[in-house]
Design a protein around this ligand. Structure first.
Ligand code: PEP
Length: 253
């Protein structure tokens, strides 16, 4: 059975006190209200990892993740944070290949392979992001484009390794724009991506892969999007910064 997952991506937002307040609110609501046993992941900036982990404590089904990790294991790489460090601070997930990292930090499919390898070797669950820009969607080549991202970054991994990865399909034109993909568009793409994994790794591996949708998910549209057969949850940006909205999304299942 594949997991239902809602992951919040705080991006570069919230100072120390705001992060503490948001986490405390989420913990307080979720400890009583996550009755569907959805896996919830908070992905704050690096500096928040330790204090957020302390607040999460042993809250059931609530986990810590990071927004990024280095492609190197350790050494003279000023400003980088390794997967092993994240684990030592209590992280269990890491977002890899978010479109903002691909675009602003020029992260290539090959670099993302190395980051995914670091994550897996250190026991972190990668939330691997993929998705097409607007011009590719308008040209109608989005399926081939996203499949190529996945093939180039991930298809060198073994069946056992791929079984540990979570995929987040995030059409770039829907991220932070308030313009969400329709539930039909999300389902169509998620099914195509699952088939893509089935063609390489077999139906069983593909059926157990959690594929999250990301792109302007909010309490008003999450229920409809999550109702689709191949949508296993969401990667949430803006709405993860408001505790009530984020928890409403978690409860949309
Ligand atoms: C994201 O950054 O992964 C994202 C989906 O952002 P938003 O929900 O704000 O569109």
């Amino acid at each position: 059975m594949r997991k239902k997952i809602v992951a919040g991506n705080w991006k570069m937002n919230l100072n120390f006190e705001d992060g503490q307040k948001l986490t405390s609110e989420i913990v307080n609501i979720l400890k009583d209200e996550n009755d569907k046993k959805v896996t919830v992941v908070l992905n704050p900036p690096f500096v928040h990892l330790y204090p957020v982990k302390k607040l999460i404590g042993d809250t059931p089904n609530l986990f810590l993740g990071s927004q990024n990790c280095s492609d190197k294991s350790s050494g003279a790489y000023t400003g980088e944070v390794s997967a092993a460090m994240l684990v030592s601070f209590g992280a269990e997930y890491v977002i890899i290949g978010h479109s903002e990292r691909r675009e602003y930090f020029k992260e290539s499919n090959q670099l993302l392979t190395a980051k995914t390898r670091q994550a897996l070797e250190n026991g972190l669950i990668p939330i691997f992001c993929c998705g097409e820009p607007l011009d590719i969607r308008e040209a109608g080549t989005h399926e081939a484009y996203v499949k190529a991202q996945l093939t180039e970054s991930l298809f060198g991994f073994t069946e056992e390794e791929i079984s540990k990865v979570v995929i987040a399909y995030e059409p770039i034109w829907a991220i932070g724009t308030g313009k969400t993909a329709s539930s039909e568009q999300a389902q169509e793409m998620h099914a195509a991506l699952r088939n893509h994994f089935a063609s390489k790794y077999g139906q069983n591996v593909a059926d157990n892969l959690s594929i999250l949708y990301g792109g302007s998910c909010n309490p008003g549209n999450a229920k409809e999007i999550f109702s689709k057969a191949d949508v296993d949850g969401g990667l949430i940006g803006g709405a993860s910064l408001k505790s009530r909205d984020f928890v409403e999304i978690v409860k949309s299942f």
